[in-house]
Write a protein that binds this ligand. Sequence first.
Ligand SMILES: [Zn+2]
Length: 111
Amino acid sequence: MIEVLSNEKHKARKEHVCYFCGDTIKKGTVYNRQDGKFDGDWYTVKTHISCSELAVKLDMYDNGEDGLTNHEFRDIVNEKFEELLPEFEMKTTFRSRLDVVKMQVLFGEES
Ligand SMILES: [Zn+2]
């Protein structure tokens, strides 16, 4: 059971790693920090603003009460990529698939 206690934007005083995509959150950039309890234990999840926005846009937080894991995040991004660009067949890296999905979902025209 997950209990989110705070969800805030912070400015990175040092580099962090985004929990969702695994890429670096650069020093000096604003990132999303979530603190909460999972089965009674404290946890902190740091993510890129764009990664958490993507998770919200794609309703990733709706599946279950265990929160959103980075595996689920990747699965959903991969599924969305296939849906958007079926002809690409997953040949690219996860990073570039994520970029395409972010561009389409966050900045693209929703049809
Ligand atoms: Zn990220």
